[in-house]
Design a protein around this ligand. Sequence first.
Ligand code: AMP
Ligand code: MG
Length: 346
Amino acid sequence: MKRFFGTAALLFAAAATLCGCGMKQPLRTQGAATAMGTVVRLTLYTSDGDEDDIGEIVDLIQEMEEDTLSRRLESSEIYRINQAAGSGEGTLISDELADALERCMELKERCGGAFDPAIGALVKLWDIDGWASGLREGDFFVPDSEKISEALAQGGSEKIRLERKEDGTALFTADGVILDLGAVGKGMALDRVLDSLKDMPDISGACVSVGGSVLTYGEKPDGTKWKIGIADPDDPSVNIGFLSVHGQWCISTSGDYERYVMLDGRRYHHILDPATGYPADSGVRSVTVLTKDGFLSDGLSTACFVLGRQKGMELAQSYGAEVLFVDSDGKITMSQGMKEYFQEAD
Ligand code: AMP
Ligand code: MG
């Protein structure tokens, strides 16, 4: 029995199409599930319409949460690392996580600390997971400034040390450090999905989204482009525009409309500024990043949100990524290269 049936609502739909010449086209299979605290949507074009392919990919994403990234599940590497913080005993971690943490530390350096993988104490203080699980507005309160300063003091990737050894990598974190890879986890899951798709020759095209991060792969049978909507921050059920791409890309959006609470007319959202300890207030409502790599699209969209338009643009371009900002006044600004892919909605 497949493991995802117990934990996720999974919907299937398969559709066959014939091309004009009567030759059999790849079959479209679609599915949706919940994983990593968000919705996963999948569209696959396969030679045999095998629905197990959908389940296999959902499994990969759920395993990433359970075995590697979750802060709350005892089964995960991040949970074990956070438990061992300050003990002086290194935690042996997988190569995949070691590579991701190295990339996190590099991103943190390059963005001047706007992105911080050790931001967990602050995320916990603001109880972001609580809002995600549907806490009512009445239960939300702004933490004391003293507590915010204390939580900030526990962050910073200089408190993380990786020791590569012959038998694996040991990770040491200082007392009080809580790792939180929520800003890159969905992109990491897409990188894992991409690796697997390359080993599934029956799949000729795929579009997989994990929350605000989307992977496109291969082609659609009719040769049209993959079309990815960019939500209007004022009404996320409507798109302000689309990115149209051929082949393999990763597209991530970070927005203040994804997880937030309104209190006294102010929006408290889930992307925190490590410079202040409060939700980032850089004048943007959302940032969309287009690049080939899931880790990077996800990490950069969060970092660019905190940095704002000008510094964010510089950071994304230094990585060779394209970026689009929606400002507080609804204005859209994008890198030169993004213009090739973006169309405004009618
Ligand atoms: P995303 O939706 O990809 O922008 O990621 C937001 C999530 O990343 C939050 O729910 C937190 O778990 C975490 N997070 C919030 N602020 C930061 C930050 N400045 N640096 C790193 N991670 C963050
Ligand atoms: Mg992100």
